[in-house]
Design a protein around this ligand. Sequence first.
Ligand SMILES: Cc1cc2ncn([C@H]3O[C@H](COP(=O)(O)O)[C@@H](O)[C@H]3O)c2cc1C
Ligand SMILES: O=C(O)c1cccnc1
Length: 346
Amino acid sequence: MALEFPKIEDLHNAALAVNLQRKLDGKTKPLGALGHLESLAHQLGMILGSETPDLHLPQLLVCAADHGMAARGVSAYPSDVTWQMVGNFLAGGAAVSVLARQHSITQTVVDCGVRHDFPAAPGLLNRKIAQGTQDASQGPAMSLAQCEQAVTNGMQIVQDMPGNALLLGEMGIGNTSAAALLLARLADIDVAECAGAGTGLNEEGIARKTAVLREALAANKEACEPLPVLAALGGFEIATLTGAVLTAAHQRRVILVDGFISSSAVMVASKLAPFVLQRCIFAHRSSEQGHARMLREMSATPLFDLGLRLGEGSGAALAWPMLVSACAILRDMASFESAGVSGKSE
Ligand SMILES: Cc1cc2ncn([C@H]3O[C@H](COP(=O)(O)O)[C@@H](O)[C@H]3O)c2cc1C
Ligand SMILES: O=C(O)c1cccnc1
């Protein structure tokens, strides 16, 4: 049976848009003086359908999986790092775990297809489909059925999650290759513009990676539609995130996107349902070559650029307090009228 996607409506609401802007303009500050924080507050109000938006119980999904193509030397690190880092997330020692804890964000790690089996643990969901994908340079990374299962898993995980905000994170050695392939095929860009250093390849390594990616595109020539492309060139963690994004958008959650890889899941979801992008806030521009191009493909402006190139959801967790602040400004800041402050004289 074909996969059914949740309905994602246009958030368009002219009255709310006008009221939010009027409210922001009436706050005790020179017009527009809070810069991008004002557009962020406006977007949060539109997503949550409120002039007094309030974020609660933020949920970070760290979707993890391995990539068959990693055996071709497309990463500077070995595949074993994927399962070892899952252990690190669960122990609370990874960068994103530290940041999530600092901001009271609930971290859930999802084993979507890691080449290692984990004992049951708090904060770990087992949604393993296989012990990693097949090598995409030889043919499809996943079957369409496996890909649909991964998307369905992501939809189901988000369905009953508490809170009204989803932060996207991932772990999977080789997954900057998968994200680059998705960008190359879905945006029709030369893969040399999409492939970057990932975990730290040098120039020679990037050239080798690019050559392998060209093989993957040639081995999967027939995949053009978003879901078959995701199956052929993506990964279990990216497919699970794609499903998570679709359900989060359907439920009007705020979706806080991290770097190159989590953006690739959003890109796939937006090709399936364009209004997804209305609910997405892009935390940052990763220094991974290809992310700027991917953001452009989605007409997305990120909140900041700190030269991050980690993934895991680290940039999303860093951006979280800015979203909380934007809501607080809209809710709690005095207006010229309420505070008795004089407005602009000319
Ligand atoms: C120790 C370590 C921790 C990480 N945390 C995230 N990534 C990041 O690096 C990987 C993608 O880069 P590539 O495509 O070059 O393999 C992903 O796992 C991503 O989450 C890590 C990578 C390493 C080595
Ligand atoms: O931007 C990212 O998500 C990223 C970049 C490099 C390595 N891992 C992740």
